[in-house]
Structure formats: C-alpha cells, structure tokens
Design a protein around this ligand. Sequence first.
Ligand code: TLP
Length: 347
Amino acid sequence: MAMPAVVDLRSDTVTRPSSAMRQAMATADVGDDVYGEDPTVNRLEARVAELLGKEAGLFVPSGTMANQVAILSHTERGDELFIHRDSHAYYYEGAAPALWAGAMLTLMDGSEGLFSPEDLISAVRPANIHHPRPRLVCLENTHNRAGGAALEMSRLHPVIKTAHDLGLMVHIDGARLFNAATALNVSADQLVQDADSVSICLSKGLGAPVGSVLVGDTEFVHRARRYRKWLGGGMRQAGILAAAGLLALENRHRLAEDHRRARQLLAGLRELGYQAWGPSIPTNMVMIDTPGPAQPLVQEMASEGILMGTMGPQRIRLVTHLDIDDVGVERALSAFAKWQGASQDAG
Ligand code: TLP
C-alpha cells in the first residue's frame, strides 16, 4: 500500500512547483540578465515594483540576499541599523549585516516584532564622533518569530514617520508581505507606501522554487544591482526562475486559504488542550508552546508523517501553504490528538 504523503508544516518554503509553473519555466523567454537582457526577469522586476508602488525592482536568489543587499545599499561601514531582536535579518542571517555592510546593529524590543516610535527616539543618539552614524530601520511584515503577525499601517506608520523625521531610511523585509496585505485586507502598495525599500519572497507562500525581489527608487535599485553582483547574485538566464516568480505572484490571491487552515489548526489544537497561539492579526502560522522540550512531540509527529519546525527549545511552529489541504489539516490534528491521548495515559 502506498504511504500517505507527508504533511509538511515546517515552512511555506517547502512547496514544489506545479506542472503549470514548470511549463512556464521550460518555455520562458531568456537572455543574459547581467547584461540586463533577460526579458522575463525585466518583466518580473517591473511587475513587483508596480505591485508595491515603487520605481524599480531587482530579482535576487533569496530573501536573505534581498535583505543584505538592501542593508548594503542604504549604509556605509560603521553605520547603525535599528532592528527588532526577533527579526529575520538579525536572528537568522548569520551576522551577515556585520560581515557584508560592516553595520552596527542596535537591537530593539517590543511586542509582535515591532518597537515603538518612543523607543526609536531614545535609541538614536545625537551626532557625535563617539557614536555610529544612525542610518537605517529594518522592519518585518509579516513578522515570522512573532507567529506570522500581520502589522497594520496604524502601527507601522508612526515608526516609519519617526525614522524619517530622525533622518533614517526604512527597509521592510516583506518576505510574506502579501500574507500581511491579505490578512489586513489592504493592498500591498498601501502597506509599504512610506518605506524606502521592500523585499518580497516568491519562494514562500507564493510557491516559486527560488527567488525574491527587492524594490525601491531607481537610484537605490541601481546601487543594489551593484551589491547583488558583489555578493555573487548576478545570474545569467535567470528568466527560467523569473517565469516561475511571475506565475507565483498570482498565488497571492489564494493566501486567505492558508490563513483559514492555520485558524483551523489553532482552534483544533486549543480544543485538544495544547498551548497554541497566534498573533493579534494571524496569517499562515501557528505556534505551540510545550511544557517541556519540544523535540519529543516533533519526533513523534514526524513518525506519523507530520513535519513541524521549532522556534526555540519549547516552541513549535506550524506553517500552512500551497501544499497543505484540508485533509492535511485533519491528519495533523488527529496525530496531535493521538499524542495528547498517549501523554495523558502516561501521566
Ligand atoms: N525564513 C525561513 C527560515 O529562515 C526561518 C522560514 O522557514 O520561515 N525574511 C523572513 C521574514 C523569512 O522568514 C525568511 C526565511 C527570510 C527573510 C529569508 O529568506 P530565504 O530563505 O529565501 O533566504
């Protein structure tokens, strides 16, 4: 008998390209993108810039490279960058801002991955040769470690305005920006209208195999193009990947389905007695805090074909995406019920 397919809730990065996407990749019109001659890449860059209301775009291999190219393009060595301590560009990018940009990171606190304008004002020190030059604020929407929190404009705007008043630039890591826009019922361009640069990932909930796009004004993207080359991200017939990206953008219209399934998982887990939680405006993630180490539950679930990731020794993350259907949600919940039953019997 065929083994039932694995329900992979580790991340929305695990999706595999559909046959339509593979077909679009196979037939993509391509050229050498380092010469600026790949028509499909050019189309993708223009399309994302248009969707986000910015002048220009740059196709890069990953979300990490998009963030790092943005930081390089906004700063000079020794400049100061203000970022929440739970942000991806600090927490999960292997000290890259220090390695590439030589930036000094000042870590900020605040609920759901966002700090307050007041905290930013107190963190920025006056111009003085003793201090680094304050230069950039990095925000993240949705916020991954905050459980996929969608941050609404009324919360973002005061921070962005304060940053600008203080003479700082603002970059938004919008790896899952379309999830935020969907959950908040606003257009993505509205959500980022005040930001100086924004990156989005095509390879997360949108389902492309590879790729991110960084957008901003023409002059910024010109600088970014140079730094992308610097990091080895100048790709040649990258239209093969951009074709998948263009198709993936259409999947932004179905993200509400992933959010619905995440809500079902959350409700089901709570009913079973798990300490499951989501942020105030949830998207496609559910977190579970475990009373002891998370690993035994992760391993037990894996043996049932349900894969999950951790976000700390006692925290599990579940992410819904294109390849998780209603049956997958049911299968996950029955496996959780089985484990809960077994651990109650043991207790
Ligand atoms: N996030 C991954 C892991 O690295 C944690 C995931 O599974 O969620 N910004 C944000 C907000 C992200 O969540 C990620 C990836 C990135 C940037 C980096 O994207 P890639 O993996 O394309 O470099």
